[in-house]
Design a binder for this molecule. Structure first.
Ligand SMILES: Cc1cc2nc3c(=O)[nH]c(=O)nc-3n(C[C@H](O)[C@H](O)[C@H](O)COP(=O)(O)OP(=O)(O)OC[C@H]3O[C@@H](n4cnc5c(N)ncnc54)[C@H](O)[C@@H]3O)c2cc1C
Length: 373
């Protein structure tokens, strides 16, 4: 059989972003969609090893990011109600500890203005109020914290599996162990994508390859400054009771309890290329900070540590939108710390762009245009 074939839409990358795009294309009844993934297992990189935090708008975000986050968080609530979508979704809130005085300029007035503008539930908590909500979190009396009660948590790996299962019924093709090796182009059109499994001709190509997106764009002669930034997750020995309800966000690291009951300390940012080995000193630093927030971690001890790569686009904003160089290329990448949070809204935006050539969300700040791409 000739492995070369034609499709209508080809999505490069089977991480949580590529899979969400497949799902929302399917919701728009688009046929002829194929997702290709170089690994043998879908969502095997950061999309399987993240903290599962789903944040709504936060004071630390730009206005544009807040709008995306709000919409995605609304969409998550809808997704979690669908049959076959068991991905451990729960609304548990985020507590941002302000020990580091990151928000010294914050006052009740500023918070009220943000609350009003973004329609987000957020309140300033005293140290004793934090202890009331989270008795296992160590805070002093004069510490303060922000509480985003609408934030949620889910399991990214399980969501990826839900998306993949939903494709089987609707004929979206998933091809693993299929790696993009190059392109055939003519003028401003990508004519074919060359893979280790043959040549795929597609009317539209979506680049959703996470930290590898910059490398793939360079095969097209396009410069998109996306680099891999390593983050760590350190899991403790499992406690036999509930320790935390909320996602506890500290100065550099966070602590959360997963739906399986594991306590996890995560975070950190290291630019060390595509290497995913654990940096022992970084893991130790994360653990110590985690212990300072949730002292019971010390007693439990560490079970395992892992590291994964986030896609960081220069400037920090994701890259979502049509290429200015090739008229059948769309970018969906660079989600950095928020790829799980923003998967549904990204999927929907891309499906709108493919089907309607426009979207109701303002994606101008995320356009690849800013890199001349
Ligand atoms: C420690 C850690 C904690 C995190 N916590 C959170 C969190 O709480 N909330 C949140 O929202 N986000 C979080 N993130 C970020 C989130 O995990 C990422 O933003 C998200 O997974 C990016 O998804 P993606 O699909 O763009 O990329 P990826 O998951 O990297 O997927 C890209 C896929 O493209 C494939 N690919 C690459 N090159 C090719 C090629 N040539 N041909 C075919 N396929 C190719 C790769 O194999 C990969 O599977 C965290 C990240 C880390 C590291």
């Amino acid at each position: 059989m000739n492995p070369d074939h034609n499709v209508d839409v080809l999505v490069i990358g089977g991480g949580i972003i590529g899979l969400a795009i497949g799902y929302y294309l399917r919701e728009r009844h688009l046929c002829g969609v194929e997702i290709i993934e170089k690994e043998s297992v879908l969502a095997s990189h950061a999309s399987a090893h993240n903290a599962g935090g789903i944040s709504s708008a936060h004071l630390s975000q730009t206005n544009e990011m807040s709008l995306l986050a709000k919409e995605s968080s609304r969409m998550y609530r809808e997704l979690a109600k669908k049959d076959g979508f068991g991905f451990d979704f729960k609304i548990n809130g985020t507590i941002v500890l302000l020990k580091d005085q990151r928000y010294t300029s914050l006052n009740e007035e500023g918070i009220a203005e943000f609350r009003e503008r973004t329609r987000t539930k957020v309140e300033l908590l005293s140290g004793s109020k934090v202890r009331e909500i989270e008795p296992n979190v160590s805070v002093d009396e004069d510490d303060t914290a922000l509480f985003y009660s609408e934030d949620a948590q889910g399991n990214s790996k399980k969501l990826a599996e839900c998306f993949a299962r939903s494709f089987a019924q609707k004929g979206i093709r998933l091809n693993s162990q299929t790696e993009v090796l190059g392109f055939e182009t003519k003028d401003d059109v990508i004519q074919a994508v060359k893979t280790n499994n043959g040549i795929i001709r597609s009317k539209t190509v979506i680049l959703a390859a996470g930290p590898w997106s910059g490398r793939i764009a360079s095969m097209l002669g396009i410069k998109v400054p996306i680099e891999p930034i390593k983050g760590h997750l350190i899991t403790s020995r499992r406690p036999n009771s509930k320790v935390l309800n909320s996602f506890i966000l500290g100065e550099n690291y966070y602590v959360l309890q997963t739906s399986e009951g594991d306590l996890v300390v995560g975070g950190g940012e290291d630019a060390s290329g595509f290497d995913t080995s654990v940096i022992e000193s970084r893991a130790a630093e994360a653990w110590e900070e985690g212990v300072s927030y949730v002292p019971v971690l010390r007693m439990l001890g560490q079970e395992s540590a892992s590291a994964c790569l986030r896609p960081y686009a220069s400037g920090g904003l994701p890259v979502i939108g049509e290429s200015t160089r090739f008229r059948n290329l769309i970018f969906a990448t660079g989600h950095f710390r928020s790829g799980f949070s923003l998967a549904p809204v990204t999927g929907k935006i891309i499906a709108d762009l493919v089907v309607d050539q426009k979207t109701t969300m303002d994606v101008r700040p995320f356009s690849p245009r800013r890199f001349g791409a």
